[in-house]
Design a protein. Structure first.
Ligand code: HAM
Length: 415
């Protein structure tokens, strides 16, 4: 028997209410903040990701689904949503529009990760990007929007973790201090951190191995090394967040797993955070558009994992509005009745009444049993007598009360 590939799963009909609920909240929040939808292709030129996300990141180094197409081009299934949006911004000249350009997406994302609860090889993200403005009011907007999105989902017990990792200029000094600190304890580091020390020192702070915790906790803080512009930007952002009454926790170990970030980085985490529990994360990426060939263009964005949201909604037993279901079940007995049932189903649907017809060749009892187990509240029954008299029986499935209605009046009766 075939199975869904490891780390992927089917979203069965009984799960769909969660997904539609979240999508509805996404559409509402984006409309409220003036973000417009963009859909990029599922795959892109592989270099787009190595140049933006960074060659030394886990994503590019170990997790991309990269393949050569029949024309010999190297393509990659998108492992994140920001780089494709930036590529589209440049390709379609969106810098000619009034800035910032506010865009959002709902997209499947592919990462070859070790699957576990909350971590999959295909997941879905709600992401949004505001491109073309460096002011901290935009950082506050993007964070406020993420916070309001989770509140609107009725998710509680969340925390907002915040940090500033500075710009190209001040980062250099910080990285030197960080490396010096780690070099002093290098023999106590896990093997991954030994590599990170050489290849991507910022990521040292992200290590979850127990032996590395004391070293990471006592490491120098990026916020102590910010240049005056980054310092001003960060304190203004904190002021705005206080004005907006958004509670945040400064977390000097928050660095994020993608290389394009500058200045503000943030994550929304559940109270009991683990390595794969962040519900969403984002930050500024003021150099990315230029890195991809555009003019210097500051930008900021956020991405949230829908699977993790569903997991948390379930954990908190959040009330999810049910999806609309067909209202009416049409039972029929005998060939002539089946013909009438087929015609009736078509005319009711034309009138906007959602109807499901019973499978043919079953006893009335078994048809009604099916109606019950599918949760129908109303059934229409047509047998030989009803065909002869041009009527149908309308049955209330919860009370079992029945009444005979002439066919021409059925639509009005059901409405
Ligand atoms: P990210 O932190 O890599 O950021 O992913 C965003 C969110 O996607 C995570 O917080 C998590 O909820 C979810 N996620 C990530 N990987 C997985 C996985 N393997 N399985 C399930 N869920 C996952 C980004 O991707 C950035 N592009 C976000 C961003 C937008 N930054 C600026 N703009």
């Amino acid at each position: 028997m075939y199975q869904a590939p490891r780390g992927t799963f089917d979203i069965l009909p009984k799960e769909q209410a969660y997904w539609r609920y979240i999508e509805q909240k996404v559409v509402n929040i984006c409309q409220l903040y003036g973000y417009e939808r963009i859909d990029a292709p599922v795959f892109e030129d592989s270099q787009l990701f190595s140049r933006s996300v960074g060659k030394e990141t886990d994503i590019v180094d170990k997790q991309m689904y990269t393949f050569k197409d029949r024309g010999g081009n190297s393509l990659t299934l998108r492992p994140e949503g920001t780089a494709p949006v930036c590529r589209a911004y440049l390709e379609h000249g969106l810098h000619n529009l009034p800035q910032p350009v506010r865009l959002y997406y709902l997209a499947a994302i592919f990462r070859y990760e070790r699957p576990q609860s909350g971590r999959y090889r295909q997941h879905h993200q709600f992401g949004y990007e505001a491109i073309g403005d460096g002011d901290p009011t935009l950082d506050a907007e993007v964070i406020d929007m993420a916070w309001r999105f989770f509140t609107s989902l009725s998710l509680r017990h969340l925390s907002l973790q915040l940090n500033s990792i500075g710009c190209k200029k001040c980062r250099r000094q910080y990285l030197a201090a960080l490396k010096e600190h780690y070099a002093r304890s290098s023999k106590n580091l896990c093997s991954d951190c030994k590599t990170r020390l050489k290849r991507n020192p910022l990521r040292l702070l992200d290590c979850k191995k127990r032996q590395c915790q004391p070293i990471a906790d006592s490491a120098p803080r990026s916020t102590d090394y910010l240049c005056s512009e980054c310092e001003k930007h960060f304190s203004q952002l904190k002021r705005y967040l206080k004005l907006l009454k958004i509670p945040f926790t400064l977390n000097h170990r928050l660095v994020r797993g993608l290389d394009y970030y500058t200045r503000t980085v943030f994550e929304i985490q559940p109270e009991k955070a683990t390595a794969q529990s962040a519900l969403g994360g984002g930050g500024r990426y003021d150099d990315l558009i230029e890195e991809l060939g555009g003019k210097p263009t500051p930008a900021i964005g956020f991405g949230a994992g829908l699977e993790r949201i569903v997991l948390n909604l379930k954990k908190e037993s959040a009330p999810i509005p049910p999806l609309p279901r067909p209202q009416l079940f049409i039972a029929h007995l005998g060939d002539a009745a089946t013909e009438d049932a087929v015609k009736l189903a078509a005319s009711l649907r034309k009138a906007g009444i959602a109807a499901v017809i019973a499978p043919a060749g079953k006893s009335l009892k078994s048809q009604l049993r099916q109606a019950n187990s599918l949760g129908f509240t109303k059934a229409v029954i047509i047998g030989e007598d009803e065909v002869k008299s041009g009527t149908a029986i309308v049955r209330d499935m919860t009370t079992s009360q029945q009444k005979t209605v002439p066919l021409p009046q059925l639509e009005r009766e059901l409405k």
